[in-house]
Ligand binder design. Structure first.
Ligand SMILES: NC(=O)c1ccc[n+]([C@@H]2O[C@H](COP(=O)([O-])OP(=O)(O)OC[C@H]3O[C@@H](n4cnc5c(N)ncnc54)[C@H](OP(=O)(O)O)[C@@H]3O)[C@@H](O)[C@H]2O)c1
Length: 242
């Protein structure tokens, strides 16, 4: 039977890797993007050519907007899994934060995903093996100076899955966080080479994660056999920080 996953942030580097891994596993995918329609459309075409028996549908939405989610839900038919791989950060002292910036961080990482899940729960329950995975962050556990608000919303994702998992376990739905350390993606493009080298020097594994290192655990958590792990945060950090 066809299994459908919604990947929020499929146009991002981690989301694209998740999409490629799930496509190879036989999933049909809703490929969410915000601004990068080119990447989402190209990814859909790439996957449709590789797996012609499956469906790959781009879907646009701005997660800073929690008010028009019915438009997203109306585009979804069956749904077996949701992966939240969208996100952004800001880098400065917390005392320089603004309310609009804090609002956007909270909406993109927490508020809108939670509001979306409330609408999708019945569909995921109908699946019998519903799966929810957030791409969190090691900073949600360890905290980081200069990314205090980001750390807070990432910790919020872990707190959310911890609680929500208890409410939906009897419906066959698992809810988890995969929390990477430093991943080689465009999200880190704001840092120069010496700053990236300083982080790399702290990572016991001696390198940044590749997006595929993260996608692997998402793929594992979405497997039907992964029915008994829920409410957890899996730290995928090469031994860094946690
Ligand atoms: N890279 C790391 O070192 C690292 C470490 C720990 C955790 N993470 C987390 O991993 C997730 C993916 O990050 P990444 O490294 O793959 O970053 P990325 O390549 O920059 O991708 C970011 C994704 O988020 C989407 N997005 C950004 N703002 C949005 C908005 N307002 N509404 C809807 N979608 C929005 C982007 O959509 P468009 O491009 O279409 O606009 C894109 O799909 C994030 O949650 C991030 O916090 C990353």
């Amino acid at each position: 039977m066809r299994r459908w996953a919604l990947i929020m942030g499929a146009s991002g580097d981690i989301g694209t890797s998740v999409a490629r891994q799930l496509g190879a596993q036989g999933w049909s995918l809703y490929l969410h993007y915000h601004r990068n329609a080119t990447q989402a459309t190209a990814l859909a075409a790439e996957l449709a050519a590789a797996y012609p028996q499956q469906d790959f549908l781009p879907l646009a939405y701005d997660l800073t907007d929690p008010d028009h989610l019915d438009q997203v839900v109306a585009q979804l038919f069956g749904l077996d899994a949701v992966v939240f791989a969208a996100g952004m950060t800001t880098y400065h002292l917390f005392k320089d934060s603004t309310v609009p910036e804090l609002t956007d961080l909270m909406r993109v990482h927490l508020l809108t995903p939670m509001a979306l899940l409330a609408r999708l729960q019945d569909k995921l329950a109908q699946s019998g093996t519903g799966r929810v995975v957030f791409i969190g962050s090691v900073y949600g556990g360890s905290g980081s100076a200069m990314e205090v608000a980001y750390s807070a919303v990432k910790g919020g994702q872990s707190a959310f899955v911890h609680a929500y998992a208890k409410e939906v376990a009897s419906l066959g739905i698992t809810v988890n966080v995969v929390a990477p350390g430093a991943v080689a993606t465009k999200m880190n493009a704001m840092f120069d080479a010496p700053a990236l080298a300083a982080v790399r020097a702290e990572i016991p594994a001696g390198r940044f994660a590749e997006p595929g290192d993260v996608g692997y655990y998402v793929r594992m958590l979405l497997a039907p056999e992964a029915a008994y792990l829920t409410g957890q945060t899996l730290y995928v950090t090469g031994g860094w920080l946690q």
